[in-house]
Ligand binder design. Sequence first.
Ligand SMILES: Nc1ncnc2c1ncn2[C@@H]1O[C@H](COP(=O)(O)OP(=O)(O)OP(=O)(O)O)[C@@H](O)[C@H]1O
Ligand SMILES: [Mg+2]
Length: 375
Amino acid sequence: MLGLAKSPFTPSFGTTPPVLAGRDELIAQFAEGLDDGPGAAARATLYAGARGTGKTVLLNAAEEQARSRGWLVISETATPGFIERLASDHLPRVLASVDPEAVKRRLTSIQAPLNLGGVGWATDEQHRPRPSLRSQIELLTDLLAENETGLLITLDEIHHHQKSELREFGAIVQHAFREARELAFVAAALPAAVNDLLNDSVLTFLRRADHHHLERVEEDAVREALRKPILNAGRSLTPPALETMVAATQGYPFLIQLVGDQVWRKATNEGEIDLPSAHAGVYAARRRLGQLVHAPALAEAQTSTSRSCWQCPPTTAPRRCATSKHASEWTRTTRASTGCVCSRWSLSHRLAAAVSTSRCPTYATTCASTPPRSA
Ligand SMILES: Nc1ncnc2c1ncn2[C@@H]1O[C@H](COP(=O)(O)OP(=O)(O)OP(=O)(O)O)[C@@H](O)[C@H]1O
Ligand SMILES: [Mg+2]
């Protein structure tokens, strides 16, 4: 039965969607940076955006661009210890895969960093001091340059909690850039984390990065991202059903997948997806969004609010909501559901920061909780 076919949508975090809507320009900019060579601005790129705006899938797309040019890719998340993981896991593995003989020859001729006592790297295997991250990156980029390729390192979820490691990493990247090495670096972060990090005077390498804030996706692109996967998976949909789905996403990338998936599931008995199925799917998607995005954000905000209500910033409303009506509704519902007694809007402020984009697209699904007439 057609209705039981697998949904073509990807309503989970970090999973590349069937159609990556509205990000062609960003991907092209990064690809140009790879082609333009050392010194290109896009060789250090930073994507910022609220939860579910597609940061991780953009990192995936950047990696794809690099791989298609023969570059090697190391993909990490900036949780504590990422420097150690790069130095003792990723780099050795990638180096070994490049050309073990060449690596061995080069390692023999290079001296270990000063803090390791200048011992040659070709000493007994068991007692061999581990080369530093910087030395390994230099070695790898030297080897790759011989084949006219390079190394891309992507770092997801960078956060000020990892400032000291980011400083260390930034110094290595900056050094490699200065030496015109074939190295590119792409990072992703929530907007609040980016603000914290860019204000740190030592993290200059991040301030110099090509910085993009992920905006909501344009309507036409959303339409294609919903329509194409459905048609490719062997079903059709009526124009009103499609328009209902497009409007429900508000251009929020995660909702494109969630709405597509839920509508697909609600229309189990039909080859063609019609308006009632679309309404039912949209309603279900909104409920799922509450569980997947709002509930964790609320829990996060609740914890921080109960800890530090007394020092809340005096804001009058969530700054990033689309209209003042939306903002006050947002505040009312979130404060009611958490029991926050702070008189200075701190919870809504924090929530808006936690799940915001420039126009707070998730607002609609928080406040618009009335079931659709035809569901
Ligand atoms: N441009 C897009 N077009 C269609 N779907 C998208 C797009 N960007 C992301 N998605 C979908 O949205 C969901 C969330 O994407 P992703 O995990 O990359 O978000 P994120 O910004 O990294 O979220 P988080 O901050 O929670 O890590 C995934 O299901 C992904 O397939
Ligand atoms: Mg992510």
